[in-house]
Design a protein around this ligand. Structure first.
Ligand code: CMC
Length: 428
Protein backbone atom coordinates (compact mmCIF):
# COMPACT_ATOMS: atom_id res chain seq x y z
CA UNK A 1 0.00 0.00 0.00
CA UNK A 2 1.29 3.47 -0.83
CA UNK A 3 1.73 5.82 2.08
CA UNK A 4 -0.35 8.56 0.48
CA UNK A 5 -4.13 9.01 0.27
CA UNK A 6 -5.53 11.01 -2.63
CA UNK A 7 -8.68 13.07 -2.33
CA UNK A 8 -10.40 14.57 -5.31
CA UNK A 9 -12.69 17.57 -4.85
CA UNK A 10 -13.98 18.88 -8.18
CA UNK A 11 -11.01 19.08 -10.52
CA UNK A 12 -8.38 19.23 -7.83
CA UNK A 13 -6.55 16.30 -6.24
CA UNK A 14 -5.04 16.60 -2.79
CA UNK A 15 -2.59 14.24 -1.16
CA UNK A 16 -2.50 13.33 2.51
CA UNK A 17 -0.02 11.13 4.33
CA UNK A 18 -1.08 7.81 5.83
CA UNK A 19 -0.22 7.14 9.46
CA UNK A 20 0.43 3.54 10.51
CA UNK A 21 0.17 2.14 14.01
CA UNK A 22 2.33 -0.64 15.43
CA UNK A 23 -0.47 -3.14 14.77
CA UNK A 24 -0.82 -1.85 11.19
CA UNK A 25 -3.91 0.24 11.77
CA UNK A 26 -3.95 2.87 9.04
CA UNK A 27 -5.27 6.41 9.23
CA UNK A 28 -5.34 9.32 6.80
CA UNK A 29 -3.65 12.33 8.39
CA UNK A 30 -5.99 15.19 7.46
CA UNK A 31 -4.37 17.86 9.65
CA UNK A 32 -3.68 19.96 6.55
CA UNK A 33 -7.09 19.36 4.91
CA UNK A 34 -8.88 22.59 5.73
CA UNK A 35 -5.96 24.84 4.91
CA UNK A 36 -5.18 23.05 1.65
CA UNK A 37 -8.77 22.90 0.38
CA UNK A 38 -10.04 26.34 1.28
CA UNK A 39 -12.18 25.28 4.20
CA UNK A 40 -13.34 21.73 3.47
CA UNK A 41 -13.67 19.60 6.61
CA UNK A 42 -14.72 16.01 7.33
CA UNK A 43 -17.91 15.05 9.13
CA UNK A 44 -18.35 11.91 11.20
CA UNK A 45 -21.01 12.08 13.96
CA UNK A 46 -20.22 9.68 16.78
CA UNK A 47 -16.62 9.57 15.44
CA UNK A 48 -17.19 6.11 13.97
CA UNK A 49 -14.27 6.60 11.55
CA UNK A 50 -12.24 9.23 13.33
CA UNK A 51 -9.07 8.71 15.33
CA UNK A 52 -8.77 11.48 17.89
CA UNK A 53 -5.18 10.74 18.90
CA UNK A 54 -2.24 8.39 18.70
CA UNK A 55 -2.01 6.31 21.84
CA UNK A 56 0.36 3.67 23.18
CA UNK A 57 -1.87 2.45 26.03
CA UNK A 58 -4.51 -0.01 24.83
CA UNK A 59 -4.81 -2.03 21.64
CA UNK A 60 -8.20 -3.26 20.60
CA UNK A 61 -9.10 -5.27 17.50
CA UNK A 62 -12.87 -5.41 17.34
CA UNK A 63 -13.00 -7.79 14.38
CA UNK A 64 -10.84 -10.41 16.09
CA UNK A 65 -11.95 -9.74 19.67
CA UNK A 66 -8.48 -8.75 20.91
CA UNK A 67 -7.80 -6.45 23.88
CA UNK A 68 -4.32 -5.68 25.21
CA UNK A 69 -3.02 -3.20 27.77
CA UNK A 70 0.48 -1.98 26.88
CA UNK A 71 0.94 -5.12 24.76
CA UNK A 72 -0.21 -7.65 27.39
CA UNK A 73 -3.33 -9.69 26.59
CA UNK A 74 -6.36 -9.07 28.79
CA UNK A 75 -6.70 -12.81 29.31
CA UNK A 76 -3.20 -13.08 30.77
CA UNK A 77 -3.54 -9.96 32.91
CA UNK A 78 -6.91 -11.07 34.30
CA UNK A 79 -5.41 -14.41 35.26
CA UNK A 80 -1.97 -13.43 36.55
CA UNK A 81 -1.93 -9.80 37.66
CA UNK A 82 -3.67 -7.86 40.38
CA UNK A 83 -5.50 -4.58 39.84
CA UNK A 84 -2.79 -2.33 41.28
CA UNK A 85 -0.13 -3.89 39.03
CA UNK A 86 -2.40 -3.31 36.04
CA UNK A 87 -3.02 0.28 37.15
CA UNK A 88 0.75 0.89 37.30
CA UNK A 89 1.21 -0.78 33.91
CA UNK A 90 -1.46 1.36 32.27
CA UNK A 91 -0.30 4.62 33.79
CA UNK A 92 3.48 4.25 33.55
CA UNK A 93 3.81 1.84 30.61
CA UNK A 94 5.62 -1.12 32.18
CA UNK A 95 4.78 -3.80 34.74
CA UNK A 96 6.20 -2.67 38.10
CA UNK A 97 9.00 -4.43 39.93
CA UNK A 98 8.17 -5.52 43.47
CA UNK A 99 9.91 -2.38 44.84
CA UNK A 100 8.09 -0.07 42.43
CA UNK A 101 4.74 -1.62 43.30
CA UNK A 102 5.40 -1.45 47.05
CA UNK A 103 6.38 2.21 46.77
CA UNK A 104 3.37 2.98 44.57
CA UNK A 105 1.02 1.43 47.13
CA UNK A 106 2.72 3.07 50.12
CA UNK A 107 2.40 6.46 48.39
CA UNK A 108 -1.25 5.75 47.59
CA UNK A 109 -1.94 4.83 51.23
CA UNK A 110 -0.36 8.11 52.35
CA UNK A 111 -3.00 9.87 50.27
CA UNK A 112 -5.93 7.60 51.13
CA UNK A 113 -7.52 10.18 53.39
CA UNK A 114 -9.95 12.89 52.35
CA UNK A 115 -10.54 16.24 54.01
CA UNK A 116 -13.06 15.72 56.81
CA UNK A 117 -15.23 18.51 55.40
CA UNK A 118 -16.04 16.21 52.46
CA UNK A 119 -18.32 14.44 54.94
CA UNK A 120 -20.45 17.58 55.14
CA UNK A 121 -20.95 17.44 51.38
CA UNK A 122 -21.90 13.77 51.55
CA UNK A 123 -24.37 14.53 54.33
CA UNK A 124 -26.07 17.12 52.16
CA UNK A 125 -27.01 14.56 49.49
CA UNK A 126 -30.38 12.87 49.82
CA UNK A 127 -30.03 9.17 50.60
CA UNK A 128 -31.79 8.23 47.38
CA UNK A 129 -29.38 10.23 45.18
CA UNK A 130 -27.87 8.05 42.48
CA UNK A 131 -24.34 7.04 43.55
CA UNK A 132 -22.89 8.09 40.16
CA UNK A 133 -24.15 11.65 40.67
CA UNK A 134 -22.68 11.64 44.17
CA UNK A 135 -19.35 10.22 42.98
CA UNK A 136 -19.02 12.70 40.15
CA UNK A 137 -19.76 15.62 42.51
CA UNK A 138 -17.35 14.37 45.17
CA UNK A 139 -14.57 13.88 42.64
CA UNK A 140 -15.13 17.42 41.46
CA UNK A 141 -15.18 18.63 45.08
CA UNK A 142 -11.71 17.14 45.57
CA UNK A 143 -10.46 19.95 43.32
CA UNK A 144 -11.70 22.48 45.86
CA UNK A 145 -9.87 20.72 48.68
CA UNK A 146 -6.68 20.16 46.66
CA UNK A 147 -6.55 23.37 44.63
CA UNK A 148 -2.96 23.30 43.38
CA UNK A 149 -2.85 22.60 39.65
CA UNK A 150 -0.55 19.88 38.36
CA UNK A 151 2.63 20.99 36.67
CA UNK A 152 2.66 18.39 33.93
CA UNK A 153 6.27 19.20 33.08
CA UNK A 154 7.28 17.91 36.50
CA UNK A 155 7.31 14.13 36.79
CA UNK A 156 7.12 14.47 40.56
CA UNK A 157 4.03 16.70 40.44
CA UNK A 158 2.36 14.36 38.02
CA UNK A 159 3.14 11.33 40.19
CA UNK A 160 1.81 13.10 43.29
CA UNK A 161 -1.50 13.90 41.58
CA UNK A 162 -1.82 10.29 40.42
CA UNK A 163 -1.25 8.67 43.83
CA UNK A 164 -3.54 11.27 45.37
CA UNK A 165 -6.52 10.29 43.25
CA UNK A 166 -5.68 6.56 43.37
CA UNK A 167 -5.78 6.90 47.17
CA UNK A 168 -8.84 9.08 47.61
CA UNK A 169 -11.12 7.66 44.92
CA UNK A 170 -11.80 4.26 46.57
CA UNK A 171 -12.64 6.11 49.79
CA UNK A 172 -15.24 8.19 47.93
CA UNK A 173 -16.60 5.08 46.19
CA UNK A 174 -17.02 3.24 49.47
CA UNK A 175 -18.57 6.28 51.14
CA UNK A 176 -21.23 6.68 48.43
CA UNK A 177 -22.35 3.16 49.32
CA UNK A 178 -22.16 3.66 53.07
CA UNK A 179 -24.10 6.89 52.84
CA UNK A 180 -26.81 5.08 50.90
CA UNK A 181 -26.95 2.36 53.52
CA UNK A 182 -26.83 4.77 56.46
CA UNK A 183 -23.54 3.34 57.72
CA UNK A 184 -20.81 5.41 59.39
CA UNK A 185 -17.99 6.29 57.01
CA UNK A 186 -14.97 4.00 57.16
CA UNK A 187 -11.30 4.43 56.24
CA UNK A 188 -10.10 0.83 55.89
CA UNK A 189 -6.63 0.01 57.09
CA UNK A 190 -3.00 0.44 56.00
CA UNK A 191 -2.52 -3.25 56.67
CA UNK A 192 -4.79 -4.26 53.80
CA UNK A 193 -4.17 -4.46 50.05
CA UNK A 194 -5.86 -2.06 47.61
CA UNK A 195 -8.79 -4.30 46.70
CA UNK A 196 -9.09 -5.72 50.24
CA UNK A 197 -9.38 -2.17 51.50
CA UNK A 198 -12.14 -1.36 49.03
CA UNK A 199 -14.20 -4.34 50.20
CA UNK A 200 -13.57 -3.52 53.84
CA UNK A 201 -14.45 0.16 53.46
CA UNK A 202 -17.64 -0.82 51.66
CA UNK A 203 -18.85 -3.70 53.77
CA UNK A 204 -17.44 -3.67 57.32
CA UNK A 205 -20.25 -3.20 59.84
CA UNK A 206 -19.51 -0.79 62.74
CA UNK A 207 -20.03 -3.52 65.36
CA UNK A 208 -18.30 -6.41 63.63
CA UNK A 209 -15.06 -7.72 62.16
CA UNK A 210 -15.02 -8.05 58.38
CA UNK A 211 -13.83 -11.44 57.15
CA UNK A 212 -12.18 -10.92 53.80
CA UNK A 213 -13.26 -13.67 51.45
CA UNK A 214 -10.54 -14.62 48.91
CA UNK A 215 -13.23 -15.41 46.33
CA UNK A 216 -14.57 -11.85 46.61
CA UNK A 217 -11.07 -10.37 46.44
CA UNK A 218 -10.24 -12.37 43.31
CA UNK A 219 -13.56 -11.60 41.69
CA UNK A 220 -13.25 -7.86 42.32
CA UNK A 221 -9.59 -7.82 41.21
CA UNK A 222 -10.61 -9.47 37.95
CA UNK A 223 -13.60 -7.20 37.32
CA UNK A 224 -11.55 -4.07 37.96
CA UNK A 225 -8.77 -5.28 35.63
CA UNK A 226 -11.26 -6.02 32.86
CA UNK A 227 -12.70 -2.51 33.13
CA UNK A 228 -9.39 -0.69 33.56
CA UNK A 229 -9.07 0.75 30.06
CA UNK A 230 -10.74 0.53 26.69
CA UNK A 231 -9.03 3.11 24.49
CA UNK A 232 -11.03 6.07 23.16
CA UNK A 233 -14.55 5.28 24.45
CA UNK A 234 -17.06 7.97 25.43
CA UNK A 235 -15.85 8.61 29.00
CA UNK A 236 -12.14 8.36 28.13
CA UNK A 237 -12.56 10.76 25.23
CA UNK A 238 -14.38 13.05 27.66
CA UNK A 239 -11.48 12.93 30.12
CA UNK A 240 -9.01 13.68 27.31
CA UNK A 241 -11.05 16.51 25.83
CA UNK A 242 -11.77 18.19 29.19
CA UNK A 243 -8.11 17.77 30.14
CA UNK A 244 -7.06 19.26 26.79
CA UNK A 245 -8.30 22.65 28.01
CA UNK A 246 -5.75 22.19 30.85
CA UNK A 247 -8.57 21.70 33.36
CA UNK A 248 -7.15 19.72 36.27
CA UNK A 249 -7.01 15.94 36.60
CA UNK A 250 -9.84 15.67 39.14
CA UNK A 251 -12.14 17.94 37.10
CA UNK A 252 -11.42 15.88 33.97
CA UNK A 253 -12.14 12.65 35.86
CA UNK A 254 -15.38 14.03 37.23
CA UNK A 255 -16.52 14.76 33.66
CA UNK A 256 -15.51 11.22 32.69
CA UNK A 257 -17.66 9.80 35.49
CA UNK A 258 -20.68 11.71 34.18
CA UNK A 259 -20.05 10.37 30.67
CA UNK A 260 -19.75 6.82 32.00
CA UNK A 261 -23.09 7.05 33.78
CA UNK A 262 -25.22 6.85 30.61
CA UNK A 263 -26.97 3.52 29.89
CA UNK A 264 -25.34 3.21 26.46
CA UNK A 265 -21.93 3.25 28.18
CA UNK A 266 -21.07 2.17 31.75
CA UNK A 267 -24.63 2.60 32.97
CA UNK A 268 -25.46 -0.49 30.90
CA UNK A 269 -24.42 -2.78 33.78
CA UNK A 270 -27.23 -1.44 35.95
CA UNK A 271 -29.62 -1.48 32.98
CA UNK A 272 -28.74 -5.13 32.22
CA UNK A 273 -29.58 -6.28 35.70
CA UNK A 274 -32.83 -4.35 35.76
CA UNK A 275 -33.70 -5.84 32.36
CA UNK A 276 -32.92 -9.41 33.47
CA UNK A 277 -34.99 -8.88 36.62
CA UNK A 278 -37.91 -7.54 34.58
CA UNK A 279 -37.74 -10.54 32.22
CA UNK A 280 -37.70 -12.93 35.16
CA UNK A 281 -40.65 -11.14 36.79
CA UNK A 282 -42.47 -11.34 33.48
CA UNK A 283 -42.28 -15.14 33.54
CA UNK A 284 -38.86 -15.50 31.91
CA UNK A 285 -40.22 -15.08 28.38
CA UNK A 286 -36.92 -14.26 26.64
CA UNK A 287 -38.49 -14.58 23.17
CA UNK A 288 -40.83 -11.68 23.91
CA UNK A 289 -37.89 -9.42 24.79
CA UNK A 290 -35.88 -10.58 21.78
CA UNK A 291 -38.86 -9.53 19.69
CA UNK A 292 -38.98 -6.13 21.38
CA UNK A 293 -35.25 -5.61 20.80
CA UNK A 294 -35.68 -6.28 17.08
CA UNK A 295 -38.80 -4.15 16.70
CA UNK A 296 -37.74 -0.78 15.27
CA UNK A 297 -40.91 0.85 16.63
CA UNK A 298 -39.96 -0.23 20.17
CA UNK A 299 -37.20 1.78 21.92
CA UNK A 300 -36.18 -1.33 23.92
CA UNK A 301 -32.64 -2.55 23.30
CA UNK A 302 -31.09 -5.71 24.61
CA UNK A 303 -28.86 -4.12 27.21
CA UNK A 304 -25.38 -5.64 27.47
CA UNK A 305 -25.43 -6.51 23.78
CA UNK A 306 -23.59 -4.84 20.94
CA UNK A 307 -20.52 -2.67 20.93
CA UNK A 308 -19.25 0.18 18.80
CA UNK A 309 -15.92 -1.51 18.23
CA UNK A 310 -16.37 -5.25 18.84
CA UNK A 311 -17.93 -6.98 15.88
CA UNK A 312 -16.96 -10.28 17.39
CA UNK A 313 -17.10 -11.55 20.97
CA UNK A 314 -16.04 -8.95 23.53
CA UNK A 315 -13.05 -10.79 25.08
CA UNK A 316 -13.97 -9.30 28.47
CA UNK A 317 -17.44 -10.84 28.28
CA UNK A 318 -15.95 -14.31 27.76
CA UNK A 319 -13.80 -13.99 30.89
CA UNK A 320 -16.67 -12.52 32.94
CA UNK A 321 -19.14 -15.22 31.91
CA UNK A 322 -16.73 -17.91 33.11
CA UNK A 323 -16.03 -15.92 36.29
CA UNK A 324 -19.79 -15.53 36.96
CA UNK A 325 -20.22 -19.31 36.96
CA UNK A 326 -17.19 -19.77 39.22
CA UNK A 327 -17.95 -16.94 41.67
CA UNK A 328 -21.60 -17.87 42.12
CA UNK A 329 -20.57 -21.53 42.57
CA UNK A 330 -17.83 -20.66 45.07
CA UNK A 331 -20.05 -18.30 47.02
CA UNK A 332 -22.88 -20.82 46.96
CA UNK A 333 -25.24 -18.30 45.38
CA UNK A 334 -28.01 -19.48 43.10
CA UNK A 335 -29.31 -16.64 41.01
CA UNK A 336 -32.09 -17.44 38.54
CA UNK A 337 -31.24 -14.39 36.45
CA UNK A 338 -27.97 -16.11 35.43
CA UNK A 339 -30.18 -18.62 33.61
CA UNK A 340 -32.22 -15.81 32.05
CA UNK A 341 -28.97 -14.21 30.86
CA UNK A 342 -27.63 -17.46 29.40
CA UNK A 343 -30.97 -18.09 27.69
CA UNK A 344 -30.95 -14.64 26.10
CA UNK A 345 -27.37 -15.08 24.95
CA UNK A 346 -28.14 -18.49 23.37
CA UNK A 347 -31.09 -17.06 21.48
CA UNK A 348 -29.30 -13.92 20.35
CA UNK A 349 -26.31 -15.86 19.01
CA UNK A 350 -28.65 -17.84 16.73
CA UNK A 351 -30.94 -14.97 15.77
CA UNK A 352 -30.49 -13.54 12.27
CA UNK A 353 -31.03 -9.92 13.47
CA UNK A 354 -28.21 -10.19 15.98
CA UNK A 355 -25.99 -12.28 13.69
CA UNK A 356 -26.36 -9.82 10.78
CA UNK A 357 -25.50 -6.85 13.00
CA UNK A 358 -22.69 -8.72 14.77
CA UNK A 359 -24.22 -8.08 18.19
CA UNK A 360 -22.55 -10.12 20.94
CA UNK A 361 -22.68 -9.86 24.73
CA UNK A 362 -20.41 -7.07 25.97
CA UNK A 363 -18.51 -6.59 29.24
CA UNK A 364 -21.65 -5.44 31.04
CA UNK A 365 -23.83 -8.45 30.26
CA UNK A 366 -22.58 -10.72 33.05
CA UNK A 367 -20.71 -8.30 35.35
CA UNK A 368 -23.83 -7.25 37.29
CA UNK A 369 -24.59 -10.87 38.16
CA UNK A 370 -21.20 -11.11 39.88
CA UNK A 371 -21.58 -7.75 41.62
CA UNK A 372 -24.98 -8.81 42.90
CA UNK A 373 -23.60 -12.12 44.19
CA UNK A 374 -20.99 -10.07 46.06
CA UNK A 375 -23.72 -8.07 47.79
CA UNK A 376 -23.20 -4.85 45.84
CA UNK A 377 -26.48 -2.99 45.25
CA UNK A 378 -27.47 -2.51 41.62
CA UNK A 379 -27.21 1.30 41.73
CA UNK A 380 -23.54 0.91 42.66
CA UNK A 381 -22.63 -1.17 39.58
CA UNK A 382 -21.58 1.78 37.42
CA UNK A 383 -19.61 3.19 40.36
CA UNK A 384 -17.67 -0.10 40.40
CA UNK A 385 -17.03 0.34 36.68
CA UNK A 386 -15.67 3.84 37.41
CA UNK A 387 -13.39 2.43 40.09
CA UNK A 388 -11.95 -0.01 37.57
CA UNK A 389 -11.67 2.61 34.81
CA UNK A 390 -9.82 5.11 37.02
CA UNK A 391 -6.26 4.03 36.04
CA UNK A 392 -7.23 4.01 32.37
CA UNK A 393 -8.58 7.56 32.58
CA UNK A 394 -5.46 8.69 34.44
CA UNK A 395 -3.17 7.00 31.89
CA UNK A 396 -5.01 8.62 28.99
CA UNK A 397 -5.02 12.05 30.62
CA UNK A 398 -1.29 11.76 31.38
CA UNK A 399 -0.51 10.64 27.85
CA UNK A 400 -2.55 13.50 26.38
CA UNK A 401 -0.78 16.10 28.52
CA UNK A 402 2.72 14.65 28.00
CA UNK A 403 2.17 14.64 24.25
CA UNK A 404 1.14 18.29 24.51
CA UNK A 405 -2.00 17.63 22.52
CA UNK A 406 -3.88 20.75 21.42
CA UNK A 407 -7.22 21.70 22.91
CA UNK A 408 -10.01 19.46 21.56
CA UNK A 409 -12.31 21.56 19.45
CA UNK A 410 -14.24 19.83 16.64
CA UNK A 411 -15.74 21.76 13.76
CA UNK A 412 -19.29 21.51 12.42
CA UNK A 413 -21.28 21.89 9.26
CA UNK A 414 -23.80 24.63 9.97
CA UNK A 415 -27.32 23.81 8.70
CA UNK A 416 -29.31 26.61 10.41
CA UNK A 417 -30.93 29.81 9.12
CA UNK A 418 -29.01 32.20 6.91
CA UNK A 419 -28.70 35.85 7.97
CA UNK A 420 -32.11 37.39 8.69
CA UNK A 421 -33.31 40.64 10.12
CA UNK A 422 -34.30 40.99 13.77
CA UNK A 423 -38.10 41.35 14.25
CA UNK A 424 -39.34 43.50 17.13
CA UNK A 425 -41.35 41.56 19.71
CA UNK A 426 -44.69 43.28 18.92
CA UNK A 427 -44.31 42.37 15.24
CA UNK A 428 -43.68 38.60 15.66
N1 CMC B 1 -30.30 -4.35 20.95
C1 CMC B 1 -30.95 -4.29 19.76
N2 CMC B 1 -30.43 -3.77 18.64
C2 CMC B 1 -29.21 -3.25 18.72
C3 CMC B 1 -28.47 -3.25 19.92
C4 CMC B 1 -29.05 -3.83 21.05
N3 CMC B 1 -28.40 -3.85 22.21
N4 CMC B 1 -27.27 -2.66 19.72
C5 CMC B 1 -27.26 -2.28 18.43
N5 CMC B 1 -28.43 -2.65 17.83
C6 CMC B 1 -28.78 -2.46 16.39
C7 CMC B 1 -29.18 -1.02 16.11
O1 CMC B 1 -30.56 -0.83 16.26
C8 CMC B 1 -28.71 -0.88 14.69
O2 CMC B 1 -29.65 -1.54 13.86
P1 CMC B 1 -29.95 -0.99 12.35
O3 CMC B 1 -28.67 -1.15 11.60
O4 CMC B 1 -31.05 -1.86 11.87
O5 CMC B 1 -30.37 0.43 12.53
C9 CMC B 1 -27.42 -1.70 14.63
O6 CMC B 1 -27.59 -2.71 15.64
C10 CMC B 1 -26.15 -0.90 14.89
O7 CMC B 1 -26.32 -0.22 16.15
P2 CMC B 1 -25.77 1.24 16.47
O8 CMC B 1 -26.60 1.81 17.56
O9 CMC B 1 -25.65 2.01 15.18
O10 CMC B 1 -24.31 0.89 16.95
P3 CMC B 1 -23.39 1.83 17.80
O11 CMC B 1 -22.01 1.40 17.53
O12 CMC B 1 -23.73 3.26 17.59
O13 CMC B 1 -23.82 1.51 19.32
C11 CMC B 1 -23.93 0.51 21.47
C12 CMC B 1 -23.11 0.66 20.17
C13 CMC B 1 -23.08 -0.19 22.52
C14 CMC B 1 -24.29 1.91 22.00
C15 CMC B 1 -25.21 -0.30 21.17
O14 CMC B 1 -24.87 -1.59 20.70
C16 CMC B 1 -26.14 -0.40 22.37
O15 CMC B 1 -26.95 0.51 22.59
N6 CMC B 1 -26.03 -1.49 23.20
C17 CMC B 1 -26.80 -1.60 24.41
C18 CMC B 1 -26.15 -0.77 25.53
C19 CMC B 1 -24.89 -1.43 26.07
O16 CMC B 1 -24.86 -2.63 26.35
N7 CMC B 1 -23.83 -0.61 26.25
C20 CMC B 1 -22.58 -1.07 26.86
C21 CMC B 1 -21.44 -1.02 25.88
S1 CMC B 1 -20.00 -1.94 26.49
C22 CMC B 1 -19.50 -1.11 27.92
C23 CMC B 1 -18.86 0.18 27.64
O17 CMC B 1 -17.71 0.21 27.19
O18 CMC B 1 -19.49 1.21 27.88
Amino acid sequence: MSDIAKLQIGEKTYEFPLVKGTENETAIDIKALRGATDGVITIDPGYKNTGSCQSAITFLDGEQGILRYRGYSIEELAEKADFLEVAYLLIFGELPTKEQLDKFYADILDEAIVDDDIKKIIDAFPKNAHPMGVLSSLTSALTAFNPSSVNVDSEEDMYKAIVKIMGKFPVLVAWTLRKKQGLPLHYGSRKLGYVENILTMMFQKPNDEYDLNPIMINALDKLLILHADHEQNCSTSTVRIVGSSHAGLFASLSAGISALWGPLHGGANQAVLEMLEAIKEDGGDTKKYMGKAKDKEDPFRLMGFGHRVYKNFDPRAKIIKKAADEVLGDLGVEDPILDVAKGLEREALEDQYFVDRKLYPNVDFYSGIIYRAMGIPVEMFTVMFALGRLPGWIAQWREMRLRKEPIGRPRQVYVGENLREFVEIDKR
